[in-house]
Write a new protein. Structure first.
Length: 279
């Protein structure tokens, strides 16, 4: 099943029919929201608002592990993240869409792995996003009449404060194209759960690197993202209509070569966790 995580301002998908809300009892506490399971043109779709209904959670308050676990346990094997970002490049203008290919994790206080405490595993994040799914999203954007930038690098900061000019200039020097607060550890956890994952980022601003007077604000972010939501949803609807077989994604097999602890050495609790992640 294909799932969508909605970012700031993207709290529902009314186009999905026969909707049912499902809370999942996870080992990590409550997810941001119940997962909405429904259909679009006979295809089963899952949706979860990352910040909760009504945007209740700051980036560092999001229970990323509960969100990913909930989606995976309900049958989601491919996951598209819709995320508001600041642009660090002139060519990525506010309102533009980008496909993320790489991440720089600049967060400091987040639990970034399902493993440890009884399961030793080391999942490669050399390629942290599913490039097959990225191609699908690019095609869906084309069908929706949208220009989309491909193969961009996203740096994830802790937040909730907006960054300094020195940080913005540094991130550009490091090769980052986009800056946001939510995609890590989400992307890494999705890969640990063998989910084909890709972000379609929506630029809302130029952060604060372009001039001494042009600074990002919450008002600007919400205004620009609000103007872009219907366009982002149209891309997702085109994606839903396309044929997609995630069995060809390398993400669906990553645990076969990543887990060091044999099943018979795991506790019953950890075996149950591993069973969900490896589905």
């Amino acid at each position: 099943m294909l799932g969508v995580i909605g970012g700031s301002g993207f709290y529902s998908m009314d186009e999905i029919e026969n909707k049912e809300e499902k809370w999942v009892d996870t080992p990590f506490g409550k997810a941001s929201s119940p997962v909405v399971i429904g259909e679009y043109k006979s295809k089963k779709i899952a949706f979860l608002p990352r910040h909760g209904s009504g945007h209740k959670y700051l980036p560092s308050e999001i229970n990323f592990k509960a969100n990913i676990y909930s989606l995976k346990s309900l049958g989601v094997t491919s996951l598209v993240s819709i995320s508001a970002v600041g642009s660090l490049r002139d060519e990525i203008a506010p309102g533009d869409f980008s496909i993320v290919d790489q991440y720089i994790d600049f967060t400091k206080n987040r639990d970034s792995s399902f493993f440890g405490d009884g399961i030793a595993a080391h999942v490669s994040t050399a390629n942290p996003t599913c490039r097959l799914l990225a191609k699908q999203i690019a095609k869906a954007a084309e069908l929706a009449g949208e220009k989309i930038h491909e193969a961009k690098t996203y740096i994830c900061v802790e937040g909730p404060r907006l960054g300094t000019q020195a940080e913005s200039h540094l991130f550009r020097q490091w090769g980052a194209d986009l800056v946001g607060m939510t995609n890590t550890p989400e992307a890494f956890l999705a890969k640990e759960a063998q989910m084909a994952y890709c972000t379609m980022a929506v630029a809302t601003d130029y952060d604060c690197w372009r001039s001494e007077k042009e600074f990002v604000s919450v008002e600007q972010v919400l205004q620009q993202f609000g103007q872009s939501i219907s366009r982002a949803k149209n891309v997702m609807l085109k994606l839903f209509e396309m044929d997609w077989d995630d069995s060809q994604s390398e993400f669906r097999q990553v645990l076969k070569s990543s887990v060091m602890t044999p099943l018979n050495a795991m506790s019953e609790e950890k075996r149950k966790l591993f069973e969900v992640l490896s589905r």
